[in-house]
Design a protein around this ligand. Structure first.
Ligand SMILES: [Zn+2]
Length: 256
């Protein structure tokens, strides 16, 4: 059994064949999918998918790209959604200084306030961070004490991973680990302790090497898991069991 811990199957690129995509995931041994909200509209779609499909759980949150659009009432809506039994985390939230689609102080404020919501509602968080490690680490270190969380599509160094692991967080690895040139991510995939590692697709993005250039989908989390299992000299079953247990523990999903 595998869990795709981070996917966006609410994306309109899945509108034509979402049921087939989910069937292919099941056929590939991907029994659960955590669908991630990235703004208010996709958070609402995420909750709706989790209500419709028993194998889908939802997260809700505002991505740093869209932090500038965050309204006061949106925070209240996130709190309301967080009490939904199939909403398992606040996210994806964080900082993105690569695209800088929202002003950095706004990104920081919206990130901080959503970490507050995670605390207030007792949920873990899902972090998106790109080229913003120093500020992300400082915010997490200073304000997220006692919270649980995962750093999704981790693209940092072993040293950065070590800092987050030391604070008790999880690291999630996505499709780029299958790219021949991703030496740093392969090194991280070998380094993270087996009880802190998650796997994900970030579908429809970050398609693994074998299907590069095409839409990604949750079934392909198997390719991510196979790559990491090979790097760690484990069987796919061992890697799948560990990463699924970790996802269930972090998101408090009853083991399936
Ligand atoms: Zn994402």
């Amino acid at each position: 059994m595998l869990i795709d811990s981070h996917a966006h199957i609410d994306d309109d690129r899945f509108d034509a064949d979402r049921d087939e995509v989910l069937a292919r995931a099941s056929a590939a041994g991907v029994d659960l999918i955590v669908n991630i909200g990235a703004d208010m509209a996709s958070s609402a779609r995420s909750v709706a998918l989790a209500e419709r499909y028993p194998q889908v759980y939802a997260t809700v949150g505002m991505h740093p790209h869209d932090a500038k659009d965050m309204q006061e009432q949106d925070y209240q809506q996130l709190v309301r959604w967080a009490s939904h039994p199939r909403v398992v985390a606040i996210g994806e939230i964080g900082l993105d200084y690569h695209y800088d689609l929202s002003p950095r102080p706004v990104q920081q404020e919206v990130f901080l306030r959503q970490l507050d919501i995670a605390r207030q509602t007792g949920k873990p968080f899902v972090v998106h961070e790109r080229e913003a490690h120093a500020d992300t680490f400082e915010i997490i270190r200073s304000t997220a004490k006692g919270l649980e969380g995962v750093f999704h599509c981790f693209s940092g160094s072993v040293e950065t991973a070590r800092q987050y692991l030391k604070l008790g967080y999880y690291i999630s690895i996505a499709g780029p680990v299958t790219f021949p040139k991703s030496a740093k991510t392969k090194e991280v995939a070998r380094y993270v302790p087996l009880d802190r590692l998650l796997v994900e697709t970030d579908s429809p993005y970050l398609t693994p090497q074998a299907y590069r250039g095409r839409r990604n989908e949750p079934a392909h989390v198997r390719l991510v898991a196979e790559e990491i299992a090979a790097l760690r000299e484990l069987s796919l079953a061992e890697l799948a069991r560990a990463t699924s247990e970790n996802a269930c523990r972090l998101f408090r999903i009853p083991a399936v």
